[in-house]
Design a binder for this molecule. Structure first.
Ligand SMILES: Cc1ncc(C[n+]2csc(CCOP(=O)(O)OP(=O)(O)O)c2C)c(N)n1
Ligand code: SF4
Ligand code: SF4
Ligand code: SF4
Length: 881
């Protein structure tokens, strides 16, 4: 390094893409200083003097390095005394050590630049990878592609940046001046100012439910103005409608890709069609001939449906963009989270960040992603008020309440209600309300609704309808619904499916994939125990959708009580949760000791308080009602302590909340529980501590793209098991039952009643509990709308027997194992044969496919048989006695 530096070098800036807190400088900066110092000392070369060397950080906080930033680094060196230890990009207004830069400074690029705004998981990124490959392979262009997306599992914006041209591309940064801009989701138009990146005269392609003749009036004012000012060529195509008609659903990527090639004319249309169709065969063969043919049809259909819009000369819209509209939200959202949601978080100064890194809960509700194309609409006449829709909704976007009729005063005109069904419901009203702006449109609620019209079997008590026309009215209706009082706990039994759905979810609107099979269990857990729940979350999908900056779906009930949540590491999560339990128990014990001492206090404030204090110490907290009573007593105690003069008063007041029972949960996926965190989980379950583990078993490492875990069954194809997994699924429940004193349950959305029962029993059991939940996942290659059918097939085939192993039954001399599912009514193939993870085996491993499927079926049957035999034993097996 020292040798290649010219002798004339006077100033050096060293840029590190890292921040080493507490260090004297970043690593490369130190290396350069040391290298030059040593080279000079050893006489390897002589500068006129020791050069001026400064160090800086760049590209942090998702702020991509740009030409303007590079220029500011050079400009800094022009100063007699350049700033050292600076940051470029982020505005560090706390230390002041940052370089200003010109965001509009650009370097000319002689080729073609295109930007595509897609919705996470709509296939846009995959299609653009394909497009750039086609351009690179079939022309003499140099090509480059960058893809930008956040860590949400699905449903947020992705941006693809494609450049190509005859010259070597020397632009290692994102595009800010594009010849072509495509918006693949109409709702983005209001949220993101994407046309700021369009060059004058560029082309704009919009996926629009409105045709060329009437799209103009549906555009926001600013979008209209930019199209006119920049003289953009404007095209529309209704990708969503075409996708639905072709059976592709939301996967509109091929339609939009074809539109891009047709409009841009980069390669001849015939060549483009040929290449796209070849790419379709390559990409989708695994998914079956039908998918290949639907996508090929999508190419032809797209070509026929692209329309050019005749751009009017004037702006006539009064639709405002939603960027920056946060004035109705709490200060942290206005100042920090809102701009991040708007996609301009990189412009926030350091002072906008919380000093201790703690972010508030209850913030996913501000995102209002509006990603659903269709959303459920309720028919109150048909509804039997069973709660199934709410139970299966992965996003807590459909809710129900019972309330007094008088509460309807002031309701919006379109707010729906009907008489509440059931005993003692005279004068009570029932409402099922959809949060249409937070709904993902997955359709799981509608598919699972059991109430159908007698005259039209396609009409149910909820039905998917277009979302856009409902947005305004349902926004007001959902707000009104939230402000209704919570359902009186006297009116329902939380231990039932229906009853559990009157409890407010404290996990809502997560960024999980539409229709995710993990989140209904997390949500249920929050409904049942959220007011006193502490969660240690292993790394995996649940930590990503659970704590995805800028927002979190973990929220509170109306009085501010809600779960405390934290994510440690993949490998130590069980121990992390165990630590919560130990520290809570210790603090509770300490608070009890302080209270014992405080009983002796004779100060004026404490006069007559002994019965209250004794009641707190002896409180039975075995039900929600009794817990709420204890909370009432603690509130009274705190009031007394505020005036109490006893030496224990201050500390006791601080710890008094620990006198209310806490429910400690350890959440994570099978990769954590079966594999990487297994040693810890086993250790914690064996400790005897009162702790509850929830394993969200998707049978693969879902968050990282579907790698096989020890939970993957024989014959399932996964990453690292391309020819089908050969080893059997580890039986974590069987292993855990052998301890005898661990509550173990296997649950599934197939049987919500059994699931609610298991969660309540696990929490009530004063010892370790393990719930393993069958969680359907996009990695299974299934239709997520109908996925609960697959859960039922897993149970009905005997593959996923439902059971509860309750050590308390042993103490009563009973068999602790109760099998909750019936004898198999269908074969293993009927379950597995519908899921792509098994279906592709024939293609991937034709020689062994049949043998592996047979082995998997045999394994499934023999496991079921074993559980059945164990459950049939007469008594006292596996007890700790
Ligand atoms: C020790 C360690 N290894 C690997 C990773 C990368 N990683 C993060 S999440 C994840 C997969 C999690 O899979 P699983 O536990 O099954 O949960 P899921 O995503 O399916 O909910 C992996 C491998 C990590 N964070 N830490
Ligand atoms: S469509 Fe999906 S997200 Fe929307 S309410 Fe129904 S289940 Fe929930
Ligand atoms: S699942 Fe259907 S019948 Fe049941 S509450 Fe929901 S809308 Fe009503
Ligand atoms: S578990 Fe599967 S469906 Fe759920 S968020 Fe993860 S990848 Fe998506």
């Amino acid at each position: 390094f020292a040798k290649i530096l010219p002798k004339t070098v006077k100033k050096i800036s060293v840029l590190d893409r890292t921040k080493e807190p507490g260090s004297l400088g970043e690593p490369l900066y130190h290396n350069v200083r040391t290298a030059i110092g040593e080279a000079m000392a050893e006489g390897l070369f002589q500068f006129d003097g020791y050069p001026s060397i400064v160090g800086g950080r760049y590209g942090l906080g998702s702020y991509e390095f740009s030409p303007g930033m590079a220029k500011s680094v050079f400009d800094n060196m022009k100063h007699d005394k350049p700033m050292n230890k600076f940051v470029v990009g982020i505005k560090d207004d706390v230390t002041g050590r940052y370089l200003e830069f010109d965001a509009d400074y650009s370097v000319p690029f002689d080729g073609y630049s295109a930007m595509f705004y897609g919705l996470g998981s709509d296939g846009t990124v995959g299609a653009n990878k394909n497009s750039i490959k086609i351009i690179g392979d079939s022309t003499d262009n140099e090509v480059q592609a960058y893809f930008v997306y956040d860590s949400k599992k699905a449903g947020s914006m992705t941006t693809s940046h494609l450049r190509f041209g005859k010259e070597t591309i020397r632009s290692p940064y994102l595009i800010t001046s594009a010849d072509f801009v495509a918006c693949h989701n109409f709702s983005f138009l209001e949220k993101y100012d994407m046309l700021k990146n369009a060059k004058e005269g560029a082309t704009f392609l919009l996926n629009s439910p409105y045709g060329a003749a009437d799209v103009w009036s549906h555009l926001p004012k600013k979008v209209q103005q930019t199209i006119i000012d920049k003289k953009l060529k404007f095209f529309v195509i209704d990708g969503v409608r075409l996708g639905n008609e072709l059976g592709l659903g939301p996967r509109i990527n091929v339609i939009m890709q074809t539109a891009f090639f047709k409009i841009s004319g980069i390669i001849t249309l015939d060549l483009a069609i040929k290449e796209i169709k070849e790419a379709i065969v390559k990409s989708y063969s695994k998914a079956g001939e039908k998918v290949v043919s639907m996508n090929k049809q999508a190419v032809d259909t797209a070509l026929e449906n692209i329309e050019e819009v005749a751009v009017p000369g004037t702006v006539d819209s009064d639709i405002e963009m939603t960027i920056g509209q946060w004035s109705h939200t709490p200060a942290t959202v206005q100042k920090t989270l809102g701009p991040i949601i708007d996609g301009i978080g990189e412009h926030l100064p350091i002072s906008a960040m919380p000093a201790d890194g703690t972010f508030p809960t209850a913030t996913a509700m501000y995102e209002k992603r509006n990603i659903a194309i269709t959303t459920p609409a309720w028919d109150e006449e048909l509804c039997i008020q069973c709660g199934i829709c709410s139970f299966v909704c992965p996003h807590a976007s459909i809710r129900m309440k019972i309330y007094d009729e008088k509460e309807l005063k002031g309701a919006p005109k379109t707010f729906k209600s009907c008489a509440a069904k059931g005993k003692d419901m005279d004068g009570k009203k029932f409402t099922l309300q959809v949060a249409v702006e937070d709904c993902t449109g997955c359709g799981a609620c509608v598919h699972n609704c059991p109430a159908k019209s007698k005259t039209d079997e396609n009409h149910k008590a909820i039905n998917m309808v277009p979302q856009v026309p409902l947005r305004e009215t349902e926004r007001a209706n959902f707000d009104f619904f939230l402000n209704l009082p919570e359902t009186d706990p006297e009116l329902f039994n939380a231990a039932t499916v229906k009853g559990s759905q009157f409890l407010p979810p404290m996990f809502e609107f997560s960024g999980a994939c539409a229709g995710c099979g993990e989140t209904p269990f997390v949500k249920l857990c929050s409904q049942l125990f959220g007011d006193r729940m502490v969660v240690a979350n292993a790394t995996g999908c649940s930590s990503i959708y659970g704590g995805n900056l800028p927002t979190t779906p973990w929220t509170t009930r109306k009085d501010g009580l809600g779960p405390a949540w934290s994510n440690s590491l993949f490998e130590d999560n069980a121990e992390f949760g165990f630590g919560f339990r130990l520290s809570i128990d210790k603090t509770t014990q300490y608070a009890q000791e302080l209270l014992e001492k405080n009983i002796e206090c004779g100060c004026a404030a404490c006069k007559g308080s002994e019965p209250l204090k004794r009641a707190i110490l002896g409180a039975d907290q075995s039900s929600q009602a009794l817990i709420e009573e204890q909370r009432g007593r603690i509130a009274e105690l705190k009031e007394i302590l505020a005036k109490c003069t006893h030496e224990t008063a201050t500390q006791l007041k601080a710890d008094a909340d620990y006198l209310v029972k806490k429910s400690v949960w350890i959440h994570g996926g099978d990769g954590w529980a079966y594999d990487i965190g297994y040693g810890g989980l086993d250790h914690v379950l064996a400790s005897g501590a009162n702790i509850n583990a929830l394993v969200l078993d998707t049978e693969v490492y879902s968050n990282t793209g579907g790698q096989a875990s020890k939970a993957t069954p024989i014959a399932a194809v996964a990453q690292f098991a391309a020819g089908g997994k050969e080893q059997p699924k580890k039986d974590l429940s069987m292993i855990s039952m052998t301890y005898g004193n661990i509550y173990v349950a296997r649950v599934s959305l197939a049987n919500p009643a059994q699931c609610v029962k298991a969660f309540l029993e696990a929490d009530a059991y004063d010892g370790p509990s393990l719930i393993i939940a069958y969680s359907h996942c996009i990695a299974h290659g299934i239709n997520m709308t109908t996925a609960v059918d697959g859960c039922k097939e897993a149970v009905n085939s005997g593959y996923w027997p439902l059971f509860r192993f309750d050590p308390r039954l042993s103490a009563e001399g009973k068999n602790p194992l109760q099998l909750d599912s019936k004898e198999p009514t269908i074969g293993f193939e009927e379950f597995a044969g519908k899921q792509n993870r098994f279906k592709v085996l024939k293609k991937n491993n034709p020689e062994n496919a049949d043998a592996l499927m047979a082995a998997s079926a045999k394994d499934s049957a023999s496991r079921y048989d074993l559980y059945k035999k164990l459950a049939a034993l007469s008594a006292d097996c596996g007890s700790d006695s």
